[in-house]
Design a binder for this molecule. Structure first.
Ligand code: PLP
Length: 372
């Protein structure tokens, strides 16, 4: 049998990511591929860097997109900064904090875990107590927007505590970037990573990262080689720095970077604050509607992420059947529960291009029918 071309169905993506990609971004993806050292491409990369600096609210020179998904951005931050000599405090309140632990353990560094409740923000007092107990700690890591539960942590407060204890900060902003307030320089974040497929509404597969001057210095003076050649940022920096001649490190995902450029241009044109406000407005509409359907949020109102709405599945309702119904009858994807909430919750995303009135209306109408 001859295999035919693949044409995916037209879905509305309201899960934990990837989110709906705007037609503008999809058409940017289809522009002609040029060489990744072509002067036109190099000039566009400089713009991607500048646009990322805006999106992250940073002047960090060391700002770029790792050519791989958010997990690679996470790993790039950990393997470049941390050596077996270091002590890392990881605050955990969901699945993605657990992955930070995995990174620290694989490096062989000393690990201190601040265990938080799943479905709640990280407790700043618990971090403070842990840092007092562990004065040798030199890194603090946490997830700003925990996609597994929909909890938003106070990154500003957590970083301020870390700084009082002379720690460098590593922050997961995969789901937060573009959807909620995030100010890398003002909040003293030393290493931050994100993903293209959440509130930037770009295609999956790229991970924006940014390192403060202090973090860049640590990377440059770490003494031992980074165990991952591909993720060694001191090598990649030569390609992204824009200073002097760019040298080949790996073949950049040219068309995906066109898409990222376009999504960042859209964010710049809308304005960051406007984008944060839009996510909040759509979340308010959705949560009012969900309450009318009798669905209860996992996270208390003041710790909720507007872009990821996790609600308990009502008693007697078949999780998989409902999601299948939404997909088959409405071409609508919502997310299943993850980790401790597998089978117990649904995760409804309102990310980037998907944070629109049409989507909220569709989702509420479809859920109402599914729950009849
Ligand atoms: N961190 C968080 C908070 C995430 O939500 C995700 C993905 O959902 C990741 C990290 C990993 O990103 P990716 O799936 O792009 O590798």
């Amino acid at each position: 049998m001859t295999i035919q071309s693949f044409f995916p169905p037209q879905r509305t993506l309201m899960g934990p990511g990837p989110s709906d990609v705007s037609p503008r971004v999809l058409s940017a993806l289809a522009r002609p591929t040029i060489g990744h050292l072509d002067p036109n491409f190099v000039a566009m990369m400089d713009e991607v860097k500048e646009l990322l600096q805006y999106a992250l609210q940073t002047k960090n020179k060391f700002t770029m997109a790792v050519s791989a998904p958010g997990s690679a951005g996470m790993e790039a931050c950990f393997v470049n900064l941390i050596t077996p000599e270091d002590t890392v405090v990881v605050c955990v309140n969901g699945v993605f904090g657990m992955r930070m632990i995995e990174n620290v353990n694989r490096i062989g560094a000393k690990l201190v875990v601040v265990e938080g409740e799943w479905g709640r923000a990280v407790d700043p007092q618990a971090l403070e107590a842990s840092l007092k107990e562990n004065p040798q700690a030199n890194f603090v890591a946490f997830v700003h927007a925990e996609t597994s539960t929909g909890a938003l942590s106070d990154a500003k407060a957590l970083c301020a505590i870390a700084k009082e204890h002379d720690c460098l900060t590593i922050v997961d902003a995969v789901t937060s970037l573009g959807g909620v307030e995030l100010r890398v320089d003002e909040w003293q974040i030393d290493a931050v990573y994100s993903g293209s497929q959440k509130c930037l509404s770009c295609v999956p597969g790229l991970s924006p990262v940014s390192f403060s001057d202090k973090a860049a210095e640590v990377i440059q003076n770490r003494g031992i080689a980074v165990q991952s050649w591909f993720l060694d940022q001191s090598l990649v920096m030569g390609y992204w720095s824009g200073e002097g001649k760019r040298s080949y490190h790996h073949t950049a995902p040219v068309n995906s970077l066109y898409a990222l450029h376009e999504s960042l241009v859209m964010l710049q044109n809308e304005g960051l604050e406007n984008s944060w406000a839009r996510h909040k407005t759509m979340h308010d509409k959705l949560s009012t509607g969900l309450a009318k359907l009798g669905l209860e949020f996992i996270v208390p109102a003041d710790e909720r992420l507007p872009q990821l709405n996790a609600v308990y599945i009502p008693q007697g309702i078949d999780d998989a059947k409902v999601r299948e119904f939404l997909l088959n009858e409405f071409n609508l994807e919502i997310g299943a529960g993850l980790g401790a909430f597998a089978g117990k919750a649904w995760r409804i995303g309102l990310m980037g291009y998907a944070a629109r009135n049409e989507n909220v209306t569709l989702c509420l109408a479809a859920l109402e029918e599914a729950l009849k």
